[in-house]
Ligand binder design. Sequence first.
Ligand code: WTA
Length: 632
Amino acid sequence: MRINTYSEYEIAYRKSVEDPEAFWTEIAENFNWIKKWDRTLEYNFDEPNIKWFQGGKLNITENCLDRHLEKLGDKTALIFEPNDPKETYRKFTYRELHEQICVFANVLKDLGVQKGDRICIYMPMIPELAFAVLACARIGAIHSVVFAGFSAHALADRIIDAEAKVVICSDGLNRGHKQIPIKSTVDEALENCPSVEKVVVVNRLNWPVKMKSGRDIWYQDAIKRVNSDCPATEMDAEDMLFILYTSGSTGKPKGVVHSCGGYMVYAGYSFLNVFQYDNEDIHFCTADIGWVTGHSYILYGPLLNGATTVMFEGIPTFPDPARFWQIIEKYAVTHFYTAPTAIRSLMQSGEEHVLPYGLDSLKVLGSVGEPINEEAWRWYNIHVGKERCPVIDTWWQTETGGVMISGLAGISPLRPAHAGQPLPGIQPVLLDGEGNEIAENDKEGYLCIKFPWPGMLRTTYGDHERCRLTYFSTYKGYYFTGDGARRDENGLYRIIGRVDDVINVSGHRFGTAEIENAINQNKNVVESAVVGYPHDLKGQGIYAYVICHNQPSIDEMQWIRASILETVVEQIGPIAKPDKIQFVYGLPKTRSGKIMRRILRKVAEGDTANLGDISTLLDPMVVEELKAGVVL
Ligand code: WTA
């Protein structure tokens, strides 16, 4: 399954395009199936209807854990590095992890959880989060992990949409110097979530939280009542494995659904090849399991390959900006995978934080989540990788399940700020505005994928039509990524960014409509419009234009601004706070009432010299006001 040279890559790629079914059949045979599949692929991109490995039976946790026990039982599977470096770290061998997961699975069964039930997990980055996720998979419950930075309101939306039966959380979480409540946020969310019957609370901070009798139980008590014997539930290849919510162009986040068989094959295959994993490697991915990167490359990908994976509870700057480098030295990390925002911020802190640490163990550096600019790429390459380690820029999405376009570490040609070539089995194309494929190199277009791959989403939970409309209707016969890309003269792809109304802030996706909806909840606000603008650290920042009821004075603007930020934190969470707010009297609208965002983007970028044609505006004077407006 592992590709070792560039010519092997070329052979694999050619085969994967000429005979995709034969290609994926061979890959899938590297996994344990309770029963082999009858049909490798059935699909059409119109409905869409995508089925991989139909008739196959499996359980992904048997592939992540049980099958390694004989040979790797005593190997470290998971290393937990706590927020506070003075707290003792925890390590779990494959045997121990297996046991923990079976115990947690039995706790869930004890609570009446059955195959197909949805479980919402809202937790800090502690080992019990990993246990909870895999425990769901063990018994065929569908996990929906919600990033613990989301507000009660956002959490409730996701619980309601998935009709979750159980919520798993902790009392609170550590974040640098701060301790942040979790359970009370869950309580607030659950005021409006009738589907939830039970709440399992993991004790992380020893906080005396309120427990609702009949509903809430402490995890540490519940495990005393169960044993560690839990056979894996047999799943169909196309059964749902998990839901993960992600923002789109409309206000409501959508639940991206992944299947058991296809996701397993793709997460396992992509991890092995992109990172060029070797048996003794130690893999450290800094993402949160609340996002897809954590799902695929902290948990499933590494464990499917019998790797050692590091899970870090804290933040890169606590207790100082050397924390990542300390962790790499402490555990002799070989593979380090992080986001450009983190690289840029550590770059700003200065090399002096990196230089004292022994980073000789490193073999591969990875980047994910947003375009990496050349400067950050070079800094990463020189100061972290010491120009010895390939720096791979991995492009993919929640919807794709695993990395789609990326160099294979140490094998593929690398070019700074370019993701590179597609993985075997992935057929990207660039389309022009009319939907025609652009055949030449050195061209830019809309990035689409023209053939299915096992890790792709199957539907959006509870709303298949939305899946069709969002991904399969813009260009008939293609999966549309929402990204624009350029293919250079050698066929290497560079991702330019979103071409829809999605902003990518520090690698996190937000729909502009989602943030507008939140801002509009503020009682001072009549209307708002949100756009992205280039931000030195975050890649993109959030710029909000706001119309208020009365024309506020500068002083009033200050407190309204503060109040709007509060509203956004309440509605979505701190990560969605606008960076800039401009108070305006009107928005540039066409006669049909459509906001001309192009103009708003230009003004936000400070590029007001060339606003293009504004003659179709209902009131062209608005533009002058925008240019002169006060930005806070
Ligand atoms: C962006 C994260 C440039 C892109 C795995 C995509 C990237 C969105 C890269 C998905 C990259 C991800 N270079 N842009 N290497 N990786 N993106 O679903 O806009 O959180 O559509 O998945 O992030 O974000 P998501």
